[in-house]
Design a protein. Structure first.
Length: 92
C-alpha cells in the first residue's frame, strides 16, 4: 500500500461528499453479527485483516483494500487474529 495519511484520506472523502471520516480499530477475533447502518460507508483497510459478508458473498480484506456499503445494507464483519484498523467515510 502506498503511504497515505489519514488526513489525505479524509480530505479526499470529504471532496466526494462524505460528511464524517474516522478511524475504526477492532480487537483480535472480533465478530460483529449481521446489522445495517443508516449511512453509506466507504472504507480503506490500513492494518490487519477482516472478512466482510454481504448476503452469500464474503470478501477477505487486507491493508490497501477498500469496501463500500450503501445505507441499509445488511452485513456482518469478522476480524483477524491481529485485529484490524480501517478508515471509514460516512454519508447520509
Amino acid at each position: 500500500m502506498d503511504a497515505l495519511s489519514f488526513d489525505a484520506y479524509a480530505a479526499a472523502a470529504r471532496a466526494r461528499g462524505y460528511e464524517q471520516v474516522l478511524e475504526r480499530d477492532w480487537a483480535p477475533g472480533t465478530v460483529v453479527d449481521e446489522h445495517a447502518h443508516p449511512f453509506a460507508a466507504a472504507a480503506l483497510v490500513v492494518r490487519g485483516e477482516m472478512w466482510l459478508s454481504v448476503g452469500a458473498a464474503t470478501s477477505h480484506l487486507r491493508p490497501g483494500q477498500t469496501f463500500e456499503l450503501d445505507a441499509g445494507v445488511l452485513h456482518a464483519e469478522r476480524y483477524g487474529p491481529d485485529g484490524a484498523t480501517y478508515w471509514v467515510a460516512r454519508r447520509g
